[in-house]
Design a protein around this ligand. Structure first.
Ligand SMILES: Nc1ncnc2c1ncn2[C@@H]1O[C@H](COP(=O)(O)OP(=O)(O)OP(=O)(O)O)[C@@H](O)[C@H]1O
Ligand code: SF4
Ligand SMILES: [Mg+2]
Length: 495
């Protein structure tokens, strides 16, 4: 099945979090099960931001929750600071959650509607009785100011009195208040409009720098992830396809799925017609009965018999660039898409293992030969697909948006999230298989300057509140809310 292996893992002593062979299955009736996440491995170094991307339903949220043990995974290991989390008792895990926090996917429903904002933000401090009541209260004020909210206005109100963007700021304050080592951000901007997305992304960058956070940033939008990640993991149907640095991923996407995902990013150029961009049609297979061999094979234009029989293992095809594919794209090679939507499927041979660990195949190398054999270049009806590139340095803060002041309550403006089975531009050719396909928000440019990235200076001066950094006293059972139960219902209602 697409993407198993640990070749991309770094030495255990260098990483803060290491996930090995993570397996999450959800039992259904009559013995069936959802294979939500199947044997994935990845790690995160201290201070690093790991982007986790893939289309809807590929298992991103399940992976994030499994790290938090919400619920514990079916199999595999989650090692944080050298400690295996899957074997911890409930109390030990609750204590660990002060060091690993999660910002959940839906900013509004992830906040308890019956509680006041001051109680929501203070929850982590109250549970562990961190400092005295006055210190906790000052810490809540500090956090609200840091995320650009006026404590005097926000404290006594409830989540439904805020917009989606404001609720996301509150979620960030709640996550950071316990001074965690790591934050898992589960699509923190996907439900927000583009201008508010830029604000929240800038805020997260500020918080990361200010508190020295390590981050896992989950998104289905590669444009967003590129700007803030040090390393990107691309997932498809519960498996890993590709792992590398974002610049490399954009410049040389090697897994056919990655290139299709990149091609789905809208290009803000009227001369680039939607039908000129890569399209991978077909429905996402059911995770209840995923395809044999490579899970992407039912939609992959390059699939061969081998792909159905042998699961590709993750291997290094260039320095720090890992791919799980029998026939990865050579550097510069594009998915060739015909005007009628069909793709080239010429005979290909796997890249020999000698190429593994060396630099990218040069001209005339086996990989390039395969591309030539498989492509239909030169045929007039085919088009090469241009993958948009951008760099972190491009970020210019164009998304000038409001101030850090708490605005009056505004309606929530949910963004569009494609759940289509096709990957590609929304208005692709009617002849091709991309009808009705989804599109993500346009690429974002983020920068610390020029946006409303809130600072304590902007919102008012407050000295840092001094609190014991880590929990000092074990709370009584009575004090500890059933955090697991609070989030269990969230996952249980999916099917
Ligand atoms: N509690 C559950 N019971 C049964 N199936 C589940 C449960 N939670 C998740 N799933 C299934 O597991 C798969 C992965 O779900 P997950 O929420 O992790 O996807 P995702 O990548 O986060 O998608 P999205 O981008 O839409 O948030 C999906 O097929 C989903 O339906
Ligand atoms: S070429 Fe084969 S192994 Fe590679 S993504 Fe396509 S189906 Fe999977
Ligand atoms: Mg999700």
């Amino acid at each position: 099945m697409a993407g198993t292996g640990t070749a991309h893992l770094r030495p255990a002593e260098d990483v803060l979090l290491r996930v090995e062979d993570l397996l999450v299955e959800f039992k259904l009736k009559r013995g069936a099960k959802v294979n939500a996440v199947t044997g994935i491995s990845f790690d995160v170094k201290p201070g690093e931001t790991l982007g986790l991307v893939g289309e809807s339903g590929c298992g991103k949220s399940t992976t994030g929750k499994a790290i938090m043990q919400l619920p514990p995974p079916t199999g595999g290991r989650v090692i944080f600071e050298g400690r295996e989390l899957t074997g911890l008792s409930g109390k030990e895990m609750r204590q660990t959650r002060t060091k690993v926090q999660m910002i959940f996917q839906d900013p509004i429903s992830s906040l308890n509607p019956r509680r006041k904002i001051e109680d929501i933000v203070a929850e982590g401090l109250d549970i562990w009785k961190t400092g005295d009541k006055g210190a906790r209260s000052r810490k809540v004020d500090e956090m609200l100011l840091t995320v650009g909210m006026d404590p005097d206005v926000a404290r006594g109100r409830r989540p439904f009195q805020f917009s989606g963007g404001q609720c996301q700021r509150i979620s960030i304050a709640r996550a950071v208040v316990t001074e965690p080592e790591m934050i898992i951000c589960d699509e923190p901007v996907s439900a927000l409009d583009v201008s508010v997305q830029a604000q929240i992304l800038n805020l997260l960058e500020d918080m990361k720098a200010r508190y020295g956070l390590t981050m896992i940033f989950i998104a289905h939008d590669l444009a967003v992830v590129k700007n803030i990640s040090d390393r990107v993991v691309v997932m498809y149907l519960g498996k890993i396809c590709e792992v590398t640095a974002p610049d490399q991923l954009y410049a040389h996407p090697s897994h056919p799925y990655t290139q299709a995902l990149l091609g789905a990013i809208p290009v803000p150029d009227p001369d680039v017609r939607p039908e000129d961009r890569p399209v991978v049609g077909g429905e996402i297979p059911s995770p209840v009965s995923p395809p044999s061999g490579c899970r992407f094979r039912t939609r992959c234009p390059r699939a061969q018999d081998t792909c159905a029989e042998v699961e590709p293992q993750i291997r290094e095809i260039a320095p720090d660039h890992f791919v799980a594919c029998h026939f990865p794209l050579a550097p510069g090679e594009k998915l060739i898409v015909s005007t009628n939507g069909s793709s080239s499927t010429g005979e290909r041979q796997p890249i020999p293992s000698e190429a593994v660990g060396s630099d990218r195949p040069e001209s005339g190398s086996p990989a390039e030969g395969l591309a030539g054999a498989g492509s239909t270049q030169g045929q007039s009806q085919d088009r090469e697909v241009t993958v948009p590139t951008a760099s972190r340095d491009d970020a210019s803060g164009d998304a000038e948006v409001g101030s850090a002041e708490l605005p009056s309550p505004e309606p929530v403006r949910p963004g569009e999230t494609s759940r289509s089975g096709d990957i590609g531009p929304r208005h692709a050719s009617s002849e091709g298989p991309a009808q009705g396909v989804g599109e993500g928000p346009p690429p974002l440019e983020t920068s610390g300057s020029g946006t409303d990235a809130p600072t304590t200076e902007a919102a008012g001066p407050t000295g840092p509140v001094s609190l014991p950094k880590r929990p000092t006293a074990e709370p009584s059972e009575h004090d500890v809310p059933d955090y697991d139960a609070e989030h269990r219902s969230e996952g249980d209602d999916k099917s």
